[in-house]
Structures are given as structure tokens and as C-alpha cells.
Write a protein that binds this ligand. Structure first.
Ligand SMILES: C[S@@+](CC[C@H](N)C(=O)[O-])C[C@H]1O[C@@H](n2cnc3c(N)ncnc32)[C@H](O)[C@@H]1O
Length: 391
């Protein structure tokens, strides 16, 4: 990794990924102010074979002078090296950047612009669309009964500054707000429909003090080291590279603060009676998610991910949401919403046969049967992990 920095921006080259990142605000008055950045970029591009990625997802401001300097450099590199491809990665979070950098496509066919949005990771469209709202609602309703008691064992207490990253429809943030009265609570997600829903719920219930932010969890515009407690629930499992999100959670956490994650291992869902059919379907759920580069088996891998991300004092536990946690119909509602999304949209998009789909759906229905049966038992295990960022 090589770096150059000014007081307002940072440029970084990661040789392993052939990725050049520009972060912050780049508004020079004179070209000379960009000298170190230009030098780093030229030497980096010279080392690259194939495609170089220019990541401007966290470049929040860029004046015309800086844009022209960058544009000239990229166009010149393509002209001198016809083998070179340049992929500029922009973000929908920073609205202007796609429009501005798209001009380069007209000048050189070897420059492509990719805007990070829901299409970037294949699986995320399912999760970012409004259809997932009922799933999240019912899930949080049931997991909260467990997490409310578990959170303090992971360092949660009143008066902390908290960030809930990938907050979905914001239910968890609302519950945290009521139960633990944080000094500040930021909730970030990349789904505009979920955030709109979250803001409406907060307004309907007269809740003030939760800052809902549209953002990309893999490149957050939040400053580093500002939160005592960072939560990210059921979301590392939806990314094809969870370590990149964890790196960001670590970055925004204060030294001495804690990051708290929850994830699943769906193949361990269980039920009696009809255990075999249920087991078969949830093994298939794991394969279906893997097909879309998501890992719904991530739960027990949390210890490894957190250790490799540099956390200390890692605490792990699991709890089982069951049909006996209150009204069994709530449990049945979760399973129904899984069936709707997994055996609906996702299975169809993978191109599954009608025969497969019927068997796949049967397992969910059998799980519901077990949940509602007067002598039945149905469970959904969840893994909790937290770690401290070293001082
Ligand atoms: C399975 S949901 C979990 C939501 C919530 N934490 C909960 O437990 O109910 C995953 C969430 O991650 C969000 N997400 C996906 N990609 C994201 C990204 N790059 N940046 C921020 N949020 C993202 C989705 O919009 C979705 O709300």
C-alpha cells in the first residue's frame, strides 16, 4: 500500500487489488498542490497489468482544476498503453461523480465508469428492494427479545455514541434509542426505500434523534474513530467480501469501543415434526445464497473475521429464536417471508425448475407446521459476536 496525503484528501494505491483510491475533498488552487498525488498515480499505473481501478467512492468534492488534472492523466495513460483498461468506480452516495467522470468514456474507449449501486453485488437487489421490509420487521421483533439482554454483555449501556450500519428499515435503531438512550445514534443503509420507511416510522412514533443516512457501508463518508459502539446486524452475510465492511466498522469505531455483529447459519434452522424436509430446504437456502455470492452460513465464522480484522476481547455467543418466544404466529410469519423471497424472486432468478421449487417451498411450510403445531418446536439460530478496537 502506498499513500500520499494533503490536509483535505488522501490518495492510496493497493497493489493487490490494483486499486487507486482518492478520499476526501480535492480542491487545489494551483496544479502544483497535486504533485504528490500525480506522482503516486503515475508510478502506480506503471506497475499495473490489465485493469487499474480508480476508486472515487469517497471523493466528496472535486473542483474543475483537479478534475482536469486527473482526466488528463488517465486519458494520457490509456493513449500510451493500449493494453491498459481503467475502471473508475463511483458511488450513488456522491451524486455528481458518475456524471462528471462519464465524460472520460467519450474520450477513451478503454475507460469505463462503474457506479456502485444495488447492481454491484448480484444478491443485494433482493435485499435493497421494498419487498424485504416485512422480513426485516418480523425478524427484528423476535430477535430483540434476546438481544435486549445480550447487548449489555457486549458493552452496550446508556449514553453511548452508536452507529447501526446497514440499518435496513431502522427498527433496531428505534429499539436501541428507547432502551439505551444513546448520546448520538446514526443509522446508515444503501436502500432508499428502507430509509424512507425508517424515517416515516420514526416520525409516526414521534422519535427524534436518530440520524438516518444514505451511504455505502464499504466506503462510508463517516469520519474515523467517532463511535463507542458500532452495530451491523445480519448484513456481513450479504456481502461477497465481508472483510471490507468489517474494516469500515473498525475504522469508524473509537479505540477502546466495540463492534457488534449478528449473522446466521441457516442450515442449522430446525423443526419437529417433519425435521428432514425442513433440514433439506435450509441446506438449499445456503446453496441459493452462495449462488448470489452471499454467505448465510457466516455466523460461526465471525470469530475468524473479527480476529483477522484486528479486534481484541472477542465475545461470541448464539441464541435460538423459537416458536415458544411469545406468539408462534410471529415465528411462522418470519418463515413465510423467507419463503416468499427465497423460493420466490431468488429461486426464479437462479432458474430453478418447478419441481425443485415445490420441494423447496415444502420445507418452509413444514417449518411453519412445526412452529404452529401444539407439540411442535421450531428454531432459528443467530450468532452474535463483538470485539474491541485496540486503544
Ligand atoms: C439483511 S438486511 C439487514 C437489515 C438490518 N440490519 C436488520 O437486521 O434488520 C441487509 C441490509 O444491508 C443493506 N445494504 C446492502 N448493501 C449495502 C451497502 N453497500 N451499504 C449499506 N447498506 C447496504 C440492505 O439495504 C439491507 O437493508
Amino acid at each position: 500500500m502506498s499513500e500520499a496525503a494533503s490536509s483535505t484528501y488522501k490518495v492510496r494505491f493497493d497493489e493487490n487489488n490494483q486499486e487507486f483510491s482518492i478520499i476526501g475533498s480535492m480542491r487545489p488552487q494551483y496544479v502544483e498542490e497535486l504533485d504528490s498525488c500525480i506522482r503516486l498515480m503515475e508510478t502506480s499505473i506503471a506497475k499495473v497489468k490489465g485493469t487499474v481501478y480508480v476508486n472515487v467512492k469517497r471523493l466528496v468534492r472535486l473542483n474543475n482544476l483537479a478534475f482536469h488534472v486527473l482526466a488528463n492523466l488517465l486519458v494520457k495513460a490509456c493513449a500510451e498503453r493500449p493494453d491498459l483498461k481503467i475502471s473508475v468506480i463511483t458511488s450513488s452516495v456522491v451524486g455528481w461523480s458518475t456524471r462528471k467522470f462519464s465524460a472520460l468514456r467519450e474520450i477513451s474507449p478503454n475507460i469505463v465508469i462503474e457506479q456502485y449501486d444495488s447492481a454491484f453485488y448480484p444478491g443485494q437487489t433482493f435485499l435493497e428492494e421494498g419487498g424485504f421490509i416485512p422480513v426485516l420487521r418480523t425478524q427484528t421483533k423476535m430477535t430483540w427479545q434476546h438481544e435486549k439482554a445480550i447487548l449489555p454483555q457486549h458493552g452496550m449501556r446508556e449514553g453511548l455514541t452508536i452507529a447501526d450500519i446497514c440499518c435496513g428499515i431502522g427498527d433496531f435503531a428505534v429499539l436501541l434509542h428507547k432502551e439505551f438512550q444513546p448520546a448520538r445514534l446514526v443509522a446508515l443503509d444503501h436502500s432508499k426505500s428502507s430509509l424512507a420507511y425508517a424515517r416515516k416510522v420514526a416520525a409516526d412514533f414521534g422519535i427524534q434523534g436518530i440520524e438516518y443516512i444514505y451511504g455505502d457501508a464499504s466506503e462510508m463518508l463517516l469520519d474515523e474513530g467517532q463511535f463507542d459502539f458500532v452495530t451491523c446486524r445480519h448484513s456481513l452475510q450479504v456481502f461477497d467480501r465481508p472483510e471490507l465492511i468489517l474494516r469500515e466498522l473498525y475504522r469508524i469505531c473509537k479505540p477502546g469501543g466495540r463492534v457488534y455483529i449478528t449473522n446466521e447459519k441457516n442450515s442449522h434452522c430446525l423443526g419437529e415434526p417433519r425435521a428432514e424436509s425442513i433440514q433439506w430446504t435450509y441446506n438449499e437456502v445456503a446453496k441459493l445464497w452462495a449462488h448470489f455470492n452471499m454467505d448465510i452460513e457466516l455466523g460461526p465464522k465471525s470469530r475468524r473475521y473479527m480476529t483477522e480484522a484486528g479486534f481484541e476481547d472477542i465475545r461470541i455467543e448464539s441464541f435460538m429464536v423459537t416458536n415458544l418466544d411469545g406468539d408462534p404466529q410471529n415465528f411462522a410469519d418470519i418463515i413465510q417471508s423467507w419463503e416468499d423471497v427465497y423460493a420466490g424472486q431468488m429461486s426464479v432468478q437462479r432458474g430453478d425448475s418447478a419441481e425443485f421449487n415445490e420441494k423447496f417451498r415444502r420445507g418452509f411450510q413444514d417449518h411453519i407446521f412445526a412452529a404452529l403445531h401444539p407439540k411442535g418446536y421450531a428454531g432459528w439460530p443467530v450468532w452474535v459476536a463483538s470485539g474491541r478496537k485496540p486503544q
